[in-house]
Write a protein that binds this ligand. Structure first.
Ligand code: SF4
Ligand code: SF4
Length: 326
């Protein structure tokens, strides 16, 4: 049996900022029907693949036979100020690799503490990560759809481990209400993508449109991308949230370049300089499409940058946007 304090200590020692442990089991049926309904209504844009492996997504026991516990870990990141051309979480090494390295240390500790089976996840498996973060007491879903932690705010990455080991004590969702009557994120969202508390229409969200959207953009979608400064992702709802701290430091090279330089980027340079970052999620033609929109191009002009065959879609979302809390 796992010792709760030992697990939390192992995660913090590994380098995570927060950790909690939840009892594994099927997720709240309301979440599943909410997700399925929104998927059918096209609220996830072209990410129809989110519907695959639904049984696993909504029950860790289907992902790993005998699952008893879900250990959820969070790692904060620096949120940069206005004018950045790339979302803050993507400024640096691909976080998947770093978090997986840290999770390996957590897995080793779980095995030392009695676990036989461990299944880490970092956007790499169909897991409702935000749901489990709430269940494990890491925070509460804010109006922006982010999990808000009382010390980290919403600027942290979520990952974890499903294991067959039972824990001597489990965390529970907190009664923390991070939002009250605030509503700043919805008011500042440039495309009206925040429809209600924690309910985001991905097909309108600039983060989705610049990273995940495949195919042509509607004029409204093109305007949502073109109205901002970022060619990859969007930090607007994070930047206005009073729980988040904004760094005063300048944006580190090589991300501090303007839309016109992104527009001129060739595939060789993109691969060489950004292949190790989360930006490798998109092709260089998609990057240039986004840069064209930010530079003032219309949808047709920008779509011309996107070749039909160079946008492989990974199995799972790179930004953890795989589920919404009802
Ligand atoms: S990431 Fe940007 S576009 Fe998406 S919900 Fe937040 S503010 Fe709106
Ligand atoms: S900006 Fe306000 S309403 Fe939105 S998540 Fe933060 S606290 Fe909640």
């Amino acid at each position: 049996m796992l010792e709760h304090d030992y697990v939390i200590g192992a995660a913090l020692d590994a380098g995570f900022d927060v950790c909690g442990v939840a009892v594994s089991g099927p997720v709240d049926p309301a979440l599943r029907s909410h997700f399925t309904g929104r998927l059918e209504r096209g609220c996830y844009g072209t990410m129809e693949w989110l519907g695959r492996h639904a049984d696993m997504r909504f029950d860790p026991g289907k992902l790993m036979e005998g699952a008893r516990s879900v250990v959820v870990c969070g790692k904060g990141y620096t949120l940069y100020g206005s004018g950045a051309s790339v979302a803050s979480y993507a400024m640096g090494e691909d976080y998947h690799r770093e978090l997986r390295r840290l999770l390996e240390r957590v897995c080793d500790a779980l095995v030392r503490d009695g676990a036989h089976l461990v299944r880490p996840f970092v956007d790499s498996a169909p897991v409702a990560e935000r749901y489990w973060a709430v269940k494990a007491g890491l925070g509460a879903i804010g109006h922006s759809g982010m999990v808000i932690n009382s010390s980290l705010g919403g600027a942290f990455l979520i990952c974890g481990v499903v294991t067959d080991a039972e824990c001597d004590r489990y965390d529970t969702p907190s009664a923390y209400d991070p939002c009250g009557t605030c509503g700043r994120c919805a008011a500042s969202c440039p495309s009206g993508a925040i429809e209600g508390r924690g309910v985001i229409d991905a097909s309108k969200c600039r983060s989705y449109l610049t990273i995940e959207h495949r195919g042509e953009l509607s004029p409204a979608q093109a305007a949502a991308v073109g109205g901002g400064t970022t060619v990859f992702g969007c930090d607007e709802c994070l930047k206005v949230c009073p729980h988040n701290k904004i760094a005063k430091a300048p944006i580190p090279h090589p991300f501090d370049i303007g839309a016109r330089e992104w527009l001129a980027m060739g595939s060789g340079r993109f691969k060489r300089e950004y292949g190790h970052t989360p930006m490798s999620r998109i092709s260089v033609s998609m990057l240039r499409r986004n840069a064209a929109l930010v530079s003032g191009s219309d949808a047709a002009g920008a779509d011309a940058y996107v070749a039909a065959d160079d946008n492989p879609v990974n199995a799972f979302a790179a930004d953890g946007s795989d589920a919404e809390y009802p």
